[in-house]
Design a protein around this ligand. Structure first.
Ligand code: SF4
Length: 334
């Protein structure tokens, strides 16, 4: 009964950002019929965004493999025998060359990912030069470098970093099953340092890791009750990579994935909800439903760090069929 009343209150003011989402309220969203959930998500989406525009981001692995963390889903962890070789940090010039190509392909945002537990100071200097260079090209900048101290976050901000990605991955009570080398609180601390430095947050999670619906509810409720919602919320579908502890297991139900997107859209109305990893294995119909559920951002390019992603041509064809256009870059993928 309480849930019905709460939902009725939320329904009277849908699309107004709130930070007091309870698990019961998020659970009730997941429990809605699919048509009702998608209708609510679409209503909220249209209050804040053009439903025919999708932001295109490009993600480059600037330092691949050999990561000391033990994230069970990640092929770049040194703990798993996946065959991903540890590489050095790319040169600034090479990264800027990739950024120029991404811009030419229609990207509005360029994300740089490094497989570190946290960046060393000398590496951070190079990353700052990359950020300055990418920004000078007229692209938004995003980085994901592991845990940050407050001073490191300030340095990145000074270099011009627009977004920092740091995912919560799953619900707090499920975290230890996925990662043992850091805690949920470590994660939250980095998020706070990033916010304090004035950098926008990109923070979401992964589904299909053997978690329960209650864990998915818990992740959305945690994100939606942060003091400020992340500006970007990537929702990843696990890519099962041989050699990782999560390589086997049933394929995740795509309808539940779409429910997750819709719940993120409704609870964090102004966020860019990003359809991230896992698109390569998703049908066009499933992706269309994700856009209908409020996803309005994708990663473009044939690789997402170390796993495959649809090519620009495939995305262009899908956008054409659906009548979608690229946000920020109207002359790009439209
Ligand atoms: S997800 Fe990031 S921190 Fe975890 S093992 Fe992979 S690269 Fe390292």
């Amino acid at each position: 009964m309480t849930i019905d009343i709460d939902l009725a209150q939320a329904a009277r003011a849908p699309g107004i950002p709130r930070h007091d989402w309870t698990r019961a309220q998020v659970r009730a969203l997941f429990d809605l019929s699919f048509p009702e959930l998608l209708f609510q998500a679409q209503q909220v989406h249209r209050q804040h965004f053009d439903p025919c525009e999708v932001q295109i981001s490009t993600l480059l692995s600037i330092k691949t493999g050999g990561c000391p963390e033990d994230c069970a889903y990640c092929p770049q962890s040194a703990h798993h025998g996946t065959g991903v070789k540890a590489e050095k940090l790319m040169s600034v010039e090479a990264v800027l060359g990739e950024a120029r190509a991404a811009k030419a392909a229609g990207a509005g945002r360029f994300c740089m990912g490094a497989a570190w537990r946290s960046p060393k100071d000398r590496d951070l200097d190079d990353v700052c030069r990359m950020i300055e260079g990418v920004r000078a090209l007229g692209l938004e900048t995003c980085a994901t470098l592991g845990m940050l101290e407050a001073e490191q976050a300030r340095q990145l901000k000074q270099a011009g970093l627009d977004y920092y990605n740091h995912n919560l991955d799953t619900a707090p009570e499920d975290y230890g099953r996925i990662i043992s080398t850091r805690t949920y609180q470590d994660r939250l601390d980095t998020l706070a340092h990033v916010r304090d430095a004035g950098i926008a947050l990109c923070c979401g999670g992964i589904v299909g890791m053997g978690e329960t619906r209650e864990h998915r509810v818990g992740l959305i409720a945690t994100l939606a009750s942060l003091p400020a919602h992340p500006e970007s919320v990537p929702i990843n579908l696990l890519v099962q990579v041989e050699g990782t502890p999560l390589a086997t297991g049933a394929r995740f139900d795509v309808i539940e994935f779409i429910r997750m997107i819709a719940a993120a859209r409704i609870t964090m109305p102004r966020a860019m909800v990003r359809l991230s990893a896992g698109r390569e294995e998703m049908s066009e119909e499933a992706q269309a439903l994700c856009f209908l559920a409020g996803a309005n951002s994708i990663f473009s390019g044939p690789r997402l760090l170390t796993t495959p992603n649809p090519t620009v041509d495939r995305d262009r064809a899908l956008f054409g069929k659906l009548g979608l256009a690229a946000m920020d870059q109207p002359s790009g993928m439209s």
